[in-house]
Design a protein around this ligand. Structure first.
Ligand code: MLT
Length: 413
């Protein structure tokens, strides 16, 4: 009897398996992506080189990862928060998915100093701009057409390819200073803007951003504005937030991160602003976050709050100045070598033309093999990036100086 039951049970299971066989469809849009993410490809190549050349010192100026430690104000706040977690009376479990109000208030005040008024309900604390730039796409239909500058941070294109959305490009090039302007005859639904731009370091001024805002409103499109590098803008007249532009609250979502601002690349905290004026999007984003996200850890949010304190602001500014000095070291070297470049002033990135007509990946290999300096091939940011190369100023001062000394051995006239 028992054997009979087991046999029948097995038959039922096998039948069930057969019923579902072949019915599971994977997201084949992934087949349309490059085989690996740009920075993973760079890392793989560098690791291979390191394995075969253990005696060579590699200097990494590729991915925009910070090297200075978290500032004192942040560390003190996080220590205090850890102590709170150790006591029953002050322990915290789940927090609000959209962030604790103390951090939302700190962000609100940060914007207020730039004359941008935000409601608390518009501020969503996140684990960084990269995740939210990808996650926000949950809110949009697959049928939307997306306008992406070329070259640009590859996450914008990849996340839309994953969803099967049509992507069209706004050409950024030497002629337009890597700042493409809207083509008024073009109808798109989602527009990405990154200013200061990754990878070129180009920054839109207020008049240019106003043209984008007016264009978006005229075609009923949404702007996804990536402000991850706003803290590098040192000219008061240049906008750090799209909400400094009239009408932007009617058509733009802004993403920002403490990764580059305060060295949070490994600590993970950022914020996304979804204006109440974008009625449904604000509500849907809250709905999405409360369903799929459990919030940023309390300890991290206390550290993030400290970034906006007077001490925190003073300390992070010193760190940003340190990276800007590195950018100067790189720019001066390129000047001495007669190599064309842009960026590095309001951005941690220097975008240069590969010497001797090398392609981006040829130049990458050339630098790695000859002087063991790693950068990021421009073509990884889009077809218009071919023949260009990105160096980051986020390395240590010593490594940046050493890298540029090596660079001159190859290119100084
Ligand atoms: C970059 O190097 O472009 C950035 O570090 C990537 C990122 O912020 O995710």
């Amino acid at each position: 009897m028992l054997m009979y039951q087991i046999k029948n049970f097995c038959i039922i299971i096998l039948q069930d398996i057969r019923i579902y066989e072949g019915e599971m469809n994977i997201n084949e849009n992934y087949l349309n992506l490059e085989q690996s993410y740009l920075f993973s490809t760079v890392a793989r190549k560098v690791n291979e080189f390191a394995k075969n050349n253990p005696d060579k010192k590699i200097i990494r100026l590729g991915i925009g990862d910070v090297t200075l430690p978290l500032c004192k104000a942040v560390i003190d706040a996080m220590h205090k928060a850890v102590d709170e977690m150790a006591k029953q009376e002050t322990f915290r479990g789940y927090g609000p998915e959209q962030g604790y109000d103390f951090l939302q208030n700190a962000v609100k005040n940060y914007y207020k100093k730039r004359s941008v008024e935000l409601e608390i309900s518009e501020i969503f604390i996140s684990d960084g701009a990269k995740s939210d730039l990808g996650n926000i796409l949950d809110l949009f239909s697959k049928d939307n057409t997306v306008l992406v500058p070329d070259p640009v941070y590859p996450v914008y294109v990849d996340t839309n390819i994953m969803a099967g959305r049509k992507v069209v490009f706004a050409n950024a090039n030497g002629e337009n200073g890597f700042l493409p302007m809207p083509d008024l005859s073009q109808k798109v639904d989602i527009i990405y803007i990154c200013s200061p731009n990754n990878p070129t370091g180009a920054v839109y001024n207020k008049e240019q951003l106003k043209q984008w805002v007016d264009y978006a409103k005229s075609i009923n499109a949404i702007i996804l504005f990536d402000a991850a590098y706003e803290c590098f803008v040192s000219d008061e007249n240049l906008p750090k937030s799209i909400y400094e532009i009239d009408g932007a609250k009617d058509c733009a979502i802004e993403f920002c991160s403490l990764s580059k601002t305060a060295g949070f690349t490994g600590t993970r905290c950022g914020y996304t602003i979804v204006p109440e004026n974008l009625d449904k999007l604000n509500k849907f984003w809250l709905r999405r976050q409360t369903t799929k996200f459990n919030g940023v850890p309390y300890i991290i949010q206390r550290g993030a709050e400290a970034v906006f304190s007077d001490n925190g602001q003073k300390e992070i500014k010193e760190n940003i100045e340190y990276y800007k000095e590195n950018a100067k070291t790189i720019s001066q070297t390129l000047d001495e070598c007669g190599i064309w470049y842009t960026g590095g002033k309001h951005s941690p990135y220097i975008w240069l033309k590969c010497p001797n007509n090398m392609t981006s990946w040829e130049f990458f290999d050339y630098l790695l093999e000859n002087i063991q300096v790693v950068g990021t091939p421009g073509s990884g940011f889009g077809k218009n990036g071919e023949g260009y190369f990105r160096l980051t100023s986020f390395g240590s001062k010593e490594n940046t100086i050493e890298a540029m000394k090596r660079f001159k051995t190859l290119f100084k006239k």
